[in-house]
Design a protein around this ligand. Structure first.
Ligand code: GSH
Length: 315
């Protein structure tokens, strides 16, 4: 864990605010794939750097897979362990790959290729442009939208997770779930004061109650079709009972104790192609071993025993 200071890797943990709250830094590469701009959609031109452990990167893997972009956008998968050097490449780890483009040892070296004097965190996902030799974007919410709306000629079907009539609602829902839920589990887990933890956990479970009740009346977050908001919710819920409940102390209720969220999670998990993007060995290994200050023994719990393939009854 660390960050880059003017192109040099420094090993530092996140700095909390004065109240002990976890503050997530804004991502720095925010360009777009578009017909007019420098980054145009082309087969084979873009590459994704991901971790199978990371909920933000997982969003991009789901979009790549479900939209049928695998043949057009390559991936490199980092090792699940993130230590003093940050994300690293270790192809001998099951599921991980080498850096397919530069054979780097560490992800920070890829950031340095994009910008020699880069300052900021070194995070996944990263969307890399092989032609212009730079990072297009490292913000998952923007990457998934680009994969969906920017690669129309390359998608294997008409499928979209941004249907035109729902776009405003999707954006509002993504906004609404980000702070209390997607980032909320990290705000709870990385809080350094009781008050900051309490605030995060309270907001998290209030939001989960709210969406559980929404899902009592409709199948998905924005209505009857799956949208980007559902995939953003999914990658957090998938990790919840296995990791966040214990490791981040989000333990007021498991997801399986919410009557609607639990079926909803299984409904999404059972969509064709999704389970292939879910790697619990990387997920559990990453959190329980990489955050030594939260789990000094590095022991990875064996449970919980969840059956995500059981009938969900949501149709
Ligand atoms: N806002 C970013 C967040 C990405 C992010 O924080 N990824 C984590 C992994 S789950 C990471 O790479 N952390 C490394 C670090 O912060 O040093 C996004 O949505 O893409």
């Amino acid at each position: 864990m660390g960050w880059m200071d003017q192109g040099t890797w420094t090993n530092k943990w996140y700095k909390p605010d004065e109240k002990g709250r976890f503050v997530r830094e804004q991502t720095r590469f925010r360009n777009q794939i578009s017909e007019q701009g420098p980054h145009q959609a082309e087969s084979g031109r873009y590459h994704l750097y991901v971790s199978y452990a990371c909920p933000w990167a997982h969003r991009t893997l789901i979009f790549r897979k479900l939209l049928g972009l695998d043949a057009h956008i390559g991936i490199s998968v980092v090792d699940w362990y993130m230590g003093d050097d940050g994300w690293r490449f270790k192809p001998d780890v099951k599921g991980a790959t080498e850096d397919q483009l530069f054979h780097s040892d560490f992800l920070w070296q890829v950031y340095k290729q994009a910008q020699e004097d880069y300052s900021g965190r070194v995070t996944v996902p990263v969307l890399w442009d092989k032609q212009l030799k730079t990072i297009v974007n490292n913000e998952s919410r923007e990457i998934i939208q680009m994969l969906d709306l920017g690669f129309d000629g390359f998608k294997s079907s008409e499928l979209t997770f941004y249907p035109e009539p729902l776009r405003q609602k999707i954006d509002e829902t993504l906004d609404a779930i980000y702070n209390p839920i997607n980032n909320g589990v990290y705000r709870a887990g990385f809080a350094t004061s009781q008050a900051a933890y309490h605030e995060a956990v309270t907001e998290l479970f209030q939001a989960l109650e709210h969406w559980d009740s929404v899902l009592s009346k409709q199948r998905y977050l924005c209505g009857e079709v799956i949208t980007a908001a559902d995939w953003a919710m999914f990658t957090t819920l998938l990790r919840f009972d296995a990791v966040y409940y214990t490791h981040f102390k989000c333990n007021l209720r498991h997801v399986y104790e919410f009557p609607h969220l639990w079926g909803y999670l299984r409904d999404l998990y059972q969509q064709p192609g999704v389970s292939e993007t879910c790697h619990f060995d990387h997920i559990k290994g990453h959190y329980f071993v990489s955050h030594a200050h939260l789990n000094p023994s590095g022991i990875i719990p064996e449970g919980p025993l969840l059956d995500l393939t059981s009938a969900h009854g949501r149709a």
